[in-house]
Design a protein. Structure first.
Length: 616
């Protein structure tokens, strides 16, 4: 019955029958005496039998970071999360083992999932082909273009260095040509139609661009040339209906008498989000290796056609739930959420070129941040502040798991941000956009876990931090707000940018959040580091995007060398350098205070039986 009324990721994974619940002397539930579900207590190392079980076990070992996986292993009981479930599905797809995130939630025991896969073996697997008719544009792409001002200069890119002639250019060329043929997304052109964008997919043939630089005596002189080529490519995309929105370059030179090569891949962000870019790189590697071994690769992931189906399903959903969605947002405590005098503002470049960005990049990668006055001056000039949380506090936060604690690191960050940047006194409110990749199921029948494309949405969240609550209950309340607001937030922007004007007229004057958070710390194992055994060199490849003309405060949060790094962008018309520094100090202090409380009350938090009235 639950499967018909709840989203897949909210269905309980196990049920345990008890005659009575264990109680503490005071009458409260004694959670420490609750028995574990049987899947986690026994059979973790049951022997693997079938070929599919062995293959799935290899995927789980890689994704979960475990040395041994048995047939009775339970994915989520071994530390699996929603993000790891997405990665699991994608990694399995590369091995031609196909299942969805929803199916992993429904069949979390390895033997059961393998049985499901084997039972339907031989079924025809659908891959995206050429797209007939129009290409759907997601709500967030429209918002980014119309309100945030993100246009032709908004890219994803990466570069790798081959100084040992490991790669065969002919094989790489064949891999790129076949990959672009199998994924029409890579052969996309964009044009303008009044205030909207039009995507034209699957046109022509894409090839590897080979760039010859000549001979150099010093590597530094050569890499400066490589950097210039990459930086120029950042500004080469045009929404003219003729320019392809992806490029694959092989840059070749001779340094000190030895050949050197660099692979540079750049694609417009409106084609792929961060996770989609990772899938693209996985496919580049897989296609190259298959052709190298005289095999014919088939696409492992879906593409633009699946994105089309998703946008159409989202439009139908919000059309049928518009009244309830508007009622939800009208009921929010706007006296704590709305900014005073929030207006559209113009952001002008703070310098004439990318020189300051290049210098910041060099300083970041040579350890000069926080100890160099020139670095701090550049950051102040650009309205940027880099915040590093200490390693101990970072580990405490990243070790949090919703199943054990009722909240995770992102909930702590949102609570701390509401406290230092929100409105109100005892109750602090903050209205913000949260970048959500939407790779876990949202709507029935729509699984985006293996889509090579742009599925991410900016999800509006109304966060209320209740200072009167104990620390743990405060964080759990933020978690509940996140979970309940997700579908309403997605529906809000979808209603404004997908529905006809007569249906969306109630949202005409809606003031969208002016704070945006992109929490990427949990994606550490998805980072772009190696390609075909090649490492990424420390080479400046240019700014990937222009200025954000809507949000006054932007936070990009990563895990860098075991520390949470928050890159905080404050709109210069709205924040002085002193205000930016003060906000950064307060946020770091608040996060460290939460981590300290969690460390000192670990047993209480683990048992979810915390002292009333605890504060930070």
């Amino acid at each position: 019955m639950l499967r018909h009324s709840l989203l897949p990721h909210t269905i309980p994974r196990s049920f345990v029958r008890l005659r009575a619940l264990p109680k503490l002397p005071g009458g409260k539930l004694d959670r420490s005496r609750l028995p574990l579900p049987r899947q986690t207590a026994v059979g973790v190392f049951a022997p693997l039998v079938t070929t599919t079980e062995h293959a799935l076990a290899a995927v789980w070992q890689e994704v979960l970071g475990m040395s041994t996986i048995g047939a009775d292993a339970h994915f989520f009981s071994l530390g699996g999360t929603s993000m790891l479930s997405v990665r699991c599905v994608a990694r399995a797809a590369r091995m031609e083992i196909r299942f969805s995130v929803s199916e992993l939630y429904d069949y979390p025991v390895l033997r059961e999932l393998a049985g499901l896969i084997d039972a339907r073996s031989g079924e025809l697997v659908h891959h995206d082909g050429e797209i007939d008719g129009g290409v759907e544009v997601t709500p967030t792409i429209r918002f980014m273009n119309r309100r945030m001002g993100l246009d032709e200069h908004f890219n994803m890119c990466a570069i790798w260095q081959d100084d040992s002639c490991r790669l065969d250019p002919a094989i790489l060329e064949s891999a790129i040509v076949r990959l672009a043929k199998d994924y029409p997304l890579l052969r996309t052109r964009i044009s303008r139609d009044d205030a909207d964008l039009r995507f034209h997919t699957g046109v022509g043939a894409l090839h590897l661009e080979r760039v010859a630089l000549g001979s150099y005596s010093e590597l530094g002189d050569c890499t400066r040339e490589v950097s210039g080529i990459a930086e120029k490519a950042q500004y080469a995309f045009r929404f003219d209906g003729r320019t392809w929105m992806s490029r694959f370059q092989l840059i070749e030179a001779e340094v000190g008498g030895r050949p050197h090569r660099w692979i540079f891949i750049i694609i417009h962000h409106f084609l792929v989000d961060g996770y989609g870019f990772r899938l693209l790189l996985d496919e580049v590697e897989r296609y190259y290796l298959a052709i190298e071994h005289d095999q014919a690769p088939d696409p492992a992931f879906s593409g633009r056609a699946q994105v089309n189906r998703w946008v159409k399903a989202l439009r139908e959903h919000v059309s049928g739930s518009l009244d309830s969605n508007i009622a939800y947002w009208r009921s929010r405590p706007w006296e704590l959420l709305r900014e005073d005098g929030a207006t559209v503002f113009e952001v002008e470049p703070v310098d004439s070129g990318a020189d300051s960005s290049r210098r910041l990049f060099e300083m970041l990668h040579t350890g000069q941040m926080h100890s160099d006055a020139a670095f701090e001056a550049l950051c102040a000039h650009k309205g940027i502040r880099y915040l590093d949380l200490d390693a101990e506090s970072t580990k405490i936060l990243l070790d949090l798991h919703p199943d054990r604690h009722g909240f995770d690191a992102f909930d702590v960050i949102l609570c701390a941000l509401a406290e230092v940047a929100g409105r109100g006194n005892q109750r602090r409110g903050l209205f913000l956009d949260s970048m959500d990749m939407l790779r876990t199921p949202i709507l029935p029948g729509q699984d985006l876990s293996t889509v090579m494309g742009f599925t991410a949405e900016l999800v509006p969240l109304a966060i209320i931090c209740e200072g009167r609550l104990s620390v743990a209950e405060r964080l759990k309340a933020v978690r509940r707000q996140r979970n309940s607001a997700r579908i309403h937030g997605i529906g809000l922007r979808a209603a404004a940018y997908l529905l006809p004007d007569d249906q969306a007229k109630a949202l005409v004057d809606f003031d969208w959040p002016r704070v945006v958070v992109n929490y990427r710390a949990v994606l550490d194992n998805l980072r772009t580091r190696m390609l075909l055994g090649l490492a990424q060199p420390t080479i400046w490849t240019g700014d990937g995007m222009g200025p954000n003309r809507h949000h006054t405060l932007r936070l990009d949060i990563d895990n860098v060398d075991g520390k949470l790094r928050i890159q905080m962008h404050c709109a210069l018309p709205c924040f002085s350098a002193e205000e930016t520094n003060m906000l950064g100090r307060q946020l770091l202090h608040c996060l460290a205070a939460y981590a300290g409380w969690l460390r000192d009350n670990q047993e209480d938090v683990d048992a979810t039986s915390v002292k009333d009235g605890a504060t930070v």
